[in-house]
Design a protein around this ligand. Structure first.
Ligand code: PY5
Length: 300
């Protein structure tokens, strides 16, 4: 078996060599930021989808948390391509870059602590175990701007996502939808959410404490290309129960239909037509079949 490589602080090393101490600050306080990126085959080569946009968001997340990394977005993009070349993974691949605070004591002000960066990748097909999800509105609210930084893809935010996911699964659902502090729909535990109502797409605006998803942005552009109107606005919980169609978007989740919310069927309880159409177009875009969006692909 071929040994797996990981990019760690500027070098490609064997996976087992990329290890850290139990003293690292990020293990104790969640002081890290990360990204989730995918690469798909275009039939000839593996292509990373919107690599630059993901790495820019990573650096923005780091800056929001006073995390000073010595690597630029461009350097991290190059490192990703090197890593994928070195590993020679089969299609599709999930890529996980992380910037984290290292060892330096238990003080909460970590600005003088060392900061590490790493990227690993692995073959990864679907995030959800089944197609067409049964979901619930969580009893937990999405982290808000009054206490955290929802815009940052910060590891600490994910404890909020984890507890909501586990609560939903214990109750027999596939995924949780979190409301924002004002009671409006925010997003899934690890995805953005869209509804289809009267042929239009509706998705929460950025002010509902969402992570501004790159898949969300991709889907909005795909919908507008098709002449489908997109409204970004607050969504009431009860509106979820009247939607014709619903789906999640995310790098891991891709475009995933939701067929039931809180025990109520969405539309006729099957993945909707517009959802399926957008899902097909999304696959075309990420696999290089859509000429217009080839600039989003980085060939490995
Ligand atoms: N909202 C949250 C809370 C997320 O975790 C994600 C992505 C998104 C929205 C969608 O963002 P994007 O479209 O830019 O991926 N979640 C990660 C992912 O890789 C981690 C999931 C466990 O999809």
């Amino acid at each position: 078996m071929q040994r797996e490589y990981v990019w760690f602080d500027g070098r490609l090393v064997y996976s087992e060599e990329a290890s850290v101490s139990v003293k690292v600050h990020s293990l104790h306080y969640g002081t890290s930021v990360f990204e989730g990126i995918r690469a798909y085959s275009n039939g000839r080569k593996l292509c990373v989808f919107r690599l630059q946009d993901h790495m820019k968001r990573l650096i923005r997340s780091a800056n929001m948390l006073y995390l000073k990394t010595s690597y630029s977005a461009e350097e991290l993009c190059e490192a990703t391509v090197d890593l994928l070349r070195k590993n020679g993974f089969s299609n599709p691949v999930y890529i996980r870059p992380i910037i984290f605070v290292g060892s330096g004591g238990i003080n909460l002000d970590y600005r003088k602590h060392p900061v590490h960066a790493s990227i690993f990748a692995f073959p990864f097909a679907s995030y959800f175990e089944r197609q067409g999800l049964r979901v619930c509105v969580s009893s937990w609210r999405r982290v808000s701007n009054t206490s955290m930084l929802p815009r940052a893809k910060a590891s600490a935010n994910y404890l909020n996502s984890c507890i909501a996911t586990i609560e939903a699964k214990i109750s027999g659902y596939d995924e949780a939808i979190l409301l924002d502090q004002n009671g409006y729909v925010s997003e899934g535990a690890g995805e953005n959410i869209f509804m289809v109502s009267d042929g239009k797409l509706v998705t929460p605006e950025v002010y509902s404490s969402i992570l501004e998803g790159i898949t969300r942005d991709t889907v909005i552009k795909i919908a507008l290309d098709k002449g489908i109107e997109v409204n970004c606005r607050p969504i009431d919980r009860s509106e979820l129960y009247t939607a014709d169609e619903m789906f999640f978007t995310g790098t891991a989740a891709e475009v995933e239909p939701v067929i039931e919310v809180d025990g109520r069927r969405v539309g006729d309880g099957k993945p909707g037509k517009i959802t399926e159409e957008i899902k097909r177009s999304y696959t075309d875009v990420v696999t290089g079949r859509a000429q217009k969006y080839r600039h989003w692909l980085t060939e490995v």
